[in-house]
Design a protein. Structure first.
Lengths: 391, 330
């Protein structure tokens, strides 16, 4: 039966990967992802996980080796952060186009420069269009659960796409939390052994990675687009199944005190838990506020988000990344675009917060709430707002 | 393999050709240029590695000419991912088959893993991934098709381009003689990783190439083979001279054929008296601009390198100590 343990979230992710019986892991050290792969390598070294651990010489080779292990037919896992994800960039597109169900944890961290090892979402937002399934988690339990579910989603015959579980570096990855572990039997029943649909086998030789001339390239992209959008149904099924097993239900857009809310904050990742405190206090003070937590980032949950904002007058999007010289944060751009056809659509204002590990206390959300409320009543003074930044 | 001289190798050619596999693994219909030495090398390498092999190939000439969707020239299972990561992909393949075999999910022996890339994909952009894979000791064979420039993108220089050669990015001019640097010694780099088998080869010496590849794939651990592949398009040479140019590269000492087995060098094709490099250079338009002093310089350098190679072959000690066995014999 499930047991409750106090454990560092990175280690919980390692144990989830162990319970999922990953067969191949290729990784390169980068803060703050290191604790995950350190622990995995010790699990492999002690024979607690029957897997090949490849100590590659770069993240570029990590993801490349993952393509190799996946093409050989092994269940494959890797983890990275920030510069590491950026170094993988080229290969991330190829991994998804070649339909290898690799599972990766990204312990989100700022992209340099200046160099920062601390948390924000600029790494993953730069990899927004890589064609992987992407989810965000807000606490250790979610990190554990989604690390297991990701394999089941990615490996499904109608999906066969790689998947990223985003968890915030340090402020989530390095904290000790109490969470409920699943036992091996439960996970084994939930997640059968990986049986690859396509692999390199001398008995059934195939050519993988043929190049596409203009006559076929767009059709490949269309197929990728359709497959990623269609993966939504499978994601929902897997989440429901896990919910039935564990009692923990997950949704593409999570609601917190949204009943009757006229103003909605929208967050991703573990700042959502901080925002909940602010919403509690604002609600107690009689403010009509609620919180939307965007869990599923790719495929984008269009219908779920449109439904979630029904009746709201203002949506305040809190981004943890900046599109320099662009329309604010990437989440703001997308949410605005997705909500534009909704009639009447709520006003959408964007705040860029918590860059490079800047602390965001509950008071910040309250301040953003009041500021946005005032801005919304007039013509907004800015395209978007950088919250709490000097100069 | 044992050393044998040109005369005996030619005798060998007469009767041994019937012993070589007739199966084709790199089939016709691909789009390589007329007289492509690389396609010839690929064909014979694939015969040598046999059907129980899996190939990871880098972006480059041989990938582009052979794998335009929905066609393929590859009979063996084959994967192309990107330009610089072939050795990493091969690492993954090898590790993947290893764990599947350990878990009993792979009936029979794991397939042999062979990585292939051009000289740019090996000695420039792919060097890091290759170094990592060799250092980690994966059981795989890495083959470099060396046509001495980025031919696929239009004949730009690489670190494997020979001194003095004209390429589109090392053009001769008032202040340039063409490529200004000596060819990078990839073989020595591979040997420095302490791997059990390293060799040079050229499809102009098919038997030499064939048996080296066979030996490489059968050697446990990493093996590296550097194959000179004559490129009439990039070298500005006549398409019917491909095989002869490969022979001349060897006979002039420009590209000696040798093996480094467990750190010990030895020549596999012994050329007792080297021909002048001019015989090799004059058949190629890429060296047409060179004047006597530059050709003399190349001649001196080639001889100096060759002498050094002979000294390495005569050395009483290997380049690295043999791996001593542990108590358990493992």
């Amino acid at each position: 039966m499930a047991k409750r343990v106090g454990i560092e979230v990175s280690l919980a992710v390692s144990h989830a990967v162990q319970l999922a019986r990953a067969e191949a892991i290729a990784a390169y050290p980068i803060t703050p992802q290191t604790h995950i792969v350190e622990h995995l390598s010790s699990l492999v070294a002690n024979g607690d996980l029957e897997a090949e651990f490849i100590n590659v010489e770069s993240e570029h080779s990590a993801i490349s080796a993952c393509i190799g292990t996946s093409a050989a037919g092994a269940r494959t896992y890797t983890a990275t952060s920030s510069q590491g994800l950026a170094l993988m960039h080229e290969i991330l597109f190829i991994a998804s186009a070649m339909r290898f169900p690799i599972v990766m944890t990204v312990a989100n961290r700022a992209l340099s420069g200046p160099l920062s090892i601390w948390n924000d979402h600029s790494d993953i937002m730069a990899a927004r269009d890589i064609g992987w399934i992407q989810v965000f988690v807000q606490n250790g339990q979610e990190a554990f659960d989604h690390s297991i579910m990701a394999f089941k989603i990615a490996e499904h015959r109608r999906v066969l796409l790689p998947m990223i579980v985003n968890l915030d570096g340090f402020i989530l990855s390095h904290v000790v939390e109490a969470l409920e572990f699943a036992d091996q039997d439960t996970v084994d029943r939930f997640l059968p052994p990986y049986s690859p649909w396509h692999q390199l086998d001398p008995k059934k030789p195939v050519t993988m990675g043929a190049f596409g001339m203009p006559e076929v390239f767009a059709e490949f992209k269309m197929k990728h687009q359709v497959t990623l959008m269609n993966s939504y149904d499978q994601i929902m099924k897997v989440w429901q199944e896990w919910g039935q097993l564990t009692g923990r239900a997950y949704h593409p857009v999570e609601h917190y005190k949204t009943d009757g809310a006229k103003i909605l904050l929208l967050t991703m990742g573990c700042l959502s838990e901080v925002a909940e405190i602010a919403v509690d206090e604002l609600r107690a003070a009689g403010q009509p506020v609620g919180l939307l937590k965007l869990r599923l980032w790719r495929p984008f949950p269009f219908a779920a988000l449109r439904e979630a904002v029904y009746g709201a007058e203002l949506v305040i999007v809190c981004d943890r990344a900046l599109s320099v010289g662009g329309a604010g944060g990437p989440v703001l751009s997308e949410v605005r675009s997705v909500l534009y056809p909704v009639v009447p659509h709520p006003k959408v204002l964007g705040y860029v917060i918590g860059l490079g590990g800047r602390d965001v206390p509950p008071e910040a959300f309250k301040e953003i709430f009041f500021q946005a409320q005032a801005e919304a009543e007039q013509e907004p003074s800015e395209e978007f707002y950088m919250y709490g930044v000097r100069g | 393999m044992d050393k044998f001289d040109v005369a005996s190798s030619q005798k060998y050619d007469v009767y041994a050709s019937r012993l070589l596999p007739k199966e084709e693994y790199f089939v016709g219909g691909h789009r390589s240029c007329q007289g492509c030495g690389e396609a010839l090398a690929v064909r014979w390498v694939c015969k040598a590695i046999g059907k129980d092999a899996v190939i990871a190939h880098a972006t480059g000439c041989m990938e582009i000419v052979s794998s335009g969707f929905p066609q393929t020239a590859w009979v063996q299972p084959w994967i192309h991912v990107a330009f610089e990561n072939t050795a990493a992909v091969a690492s993954g393949l090898e590790a993947g088959y290893k764990i599947l075999a350990r878990k009993g999910k792979l009936p029979g022996r794991p397939p042999k893993v062979v990585a292939m890339a051009g000289d740019g994909g090996t000695s420039d952009i792919g060097l890091q991934a290759l170094s990592g894979a060799m250092e980690r000791g994966h059981d795989f064979t890495y083959i470099c098709w060396d046509n001495e420039a980025y031919m696929n993108t239009g004949i730009q220089r690489s670190s494997s381009t020979p001194y003095g050669a004209m390429t589109t990015t090392s053009p001769p001019g008032k202040r340039s003689i063409g490529q200004a640097t000596w060819k990078k010694n990839m073989v020595a780099i591979a040997v420095a990783h302490g791997i059990p088998y390293v060799a040079t080869a050229c499809p102009s010496y098919l038997f030499d190439l064939y048996f080296k590849v066979k030996r490489a794939v059968e050697t446990p651990g990493p093996a590296y083979i550097h194959i000179l592949s004559v490129c009439p398009t990039g070298w500005r040479s006549a398409t019917d001279l491909t095989v002869r140019l490969g022979r001349l590269a060897v006979e002039t000492g420009v590209f000696p054929l040798y093996e480094v087995v467990d750190g010990r060098y030895h020549l596999t094709i012994d050329i007792p008296k080297l021909r002048p490099v001019k015989d090799y250079l004059k058949l190629q338009g890429r060296f047409r601009h060179l004047r006597e002093p530059e050709i003399d310089f190349i001649q001196r350098q080639v001889l100096a390198h060759y002498d050094l190679l002979l000294k390495k072959c005569e050395a009483p000690y290997p380049e690295f100590p043999p791996l001593s066995q542990t108590e358990e014999g493992e």
